[in-house]
Design a protein around this ligand. Structure first.
Ligand code: CP
Length: 324
């Protein structure tokens, strides 16, 4: 694997290797000194053309924990406002010695173009492109499910075979849903999408998952329920039922969650719109993994960066002397 553009590009072996490596990274995070020398002397550029809190900061944390030099580029305040193209921006950054590019862009396909156009030589990691893909989000979600539903040690070497995942809400505009459907299918999970008909994409029938309009009927058969944000900024008002109607049919409150098995976890990629898609009571409950997902994002992105850039040396030394 030279780039990470789409969760659909990962084989089961690739995905399990990333999750197992992320488990090693999580153990490092429990040490007094959290830093590893794996990417010392390498420079990673975080190229963000679209807003982000979790993804941008966790990539930066992951890069710094691996001892990489980090360049943060935000389109706002750059020469993009003067009309500079993606190609010229990327080539400018590579000329400054960048070894890898992490890119978020509002245009679906921008990371693919960067990786396959010959504009730059550096590996490219997709940090979310339009409505297309967000592969590291799917990896951190799978990591979170494997830890919670199987266990950190018991999960090593395993996928998510037979686990039932329900993804709820604005599937139409969700790169998180697309990436999760691809990765969860590869890892052996059974996925059901639940959404109003207007928030499902054309062609969803050919995706490797079930589709339902009835959340109450789906919850009793789920091990993880993933709530999605309604992406108002990407939609025409005609797509959306009223807020009250949406919450009544697709919002998750404690009463509705009681229909799910007691072990079922509640996930959300963030940012959450409390009140509409999820109540504060559910979001702040023990069953909700939203903060854990953020922490796991650092471990998972460390694993991806290490496997793409780190070479053949073991990422983690278990000896006390090297730890210090
Ligand atoms: N989950 C996610 O991609 O969040 P950000 O937009 O804050 O990065």
């Amino acid at each position: 694997m030279r780039h990470l553009i789409s969760a659909a590009d990962l084989t089961r072996d690739d995905a399990v290797l990333i999750l197992d490596t992320a488990e090693e990274m999580a153990r490092v995070a429990d040490r007094p000194i959290k830093k590893l020398p794996a990417l010392r002397g390498r420079t990673v550029c975080n190229l963000f053309f679209e807003d982000s809190t979790r993804t941008r900061i966790s990539f930066e944390a992951a890069e710094k924990r691996l001892s990489a030099d980090v360049i943060n580029f935000a389109a706002k305040g750059s020469s993009v406002s003067k009309g500079e193209s993606l190609k010229d921006t990327a080539q400018t950054l590579e000329a400054m010695g960048v070894d890898a590019v992490v890119i978020r862009h509002s245009a679906s396909g921008a990371p693919y173009r960067l990786a396959n156009s010959g504009w730059i030589d550096a590996p490219v990691i997709n940090a979310g492109d339009g409505t297309h893909q967000h592969p590291t989000q799917a990896l951190l979600d799978a990591f979170t499910m494997r830890r919670r539903l199987i266990g950190p040690d018991a999960g090593i070497g395993q996928g998510l075979d037979g686990r039932r995942v329900t993804i709820v809400g604005d599937i139409l505009h969700s790169r998180v849903a697309r990436s999760n459907v691809d990765l969860l299918h590869t890892l052996g999970a059974e996925v059901t999408l639940v959404a109003p008909p207007t928030l499902l994409p054309v062609g969803v029938d050919s995706w490797p998952c079930e589709v339902s309009y009835d959340l109450d009927a789906t919850l009793p058969k789920t091990d993880a329920v993933m709530m999605l944000r309604v992406q108002r900024e990407r939609m025409n008002a005609a797509f959306f039922p009223t807020e009250r109607e949406y919450t009544r049919r697709y919002g998750l409150d404690a009463e509705r969650l009681a229909k799910a098995p007691g072990h079922a976890i509640v996930m959300h990629p963030g940012p959450m719109v409390r009140g509409m898609e999820i109540t504060a009571e559910v979001a702040d409950s023990e069953r909700c993994t939203v903060v854990e997902q953020v922490a796991n994002g650092v471990h998972t992105r460390m694993a991806v960066l290490y496997l793409l850039l780190g070479g053949n040396e073991p990422a983690v030394s278990h000896s006390r002397t090297e730890e210090n």
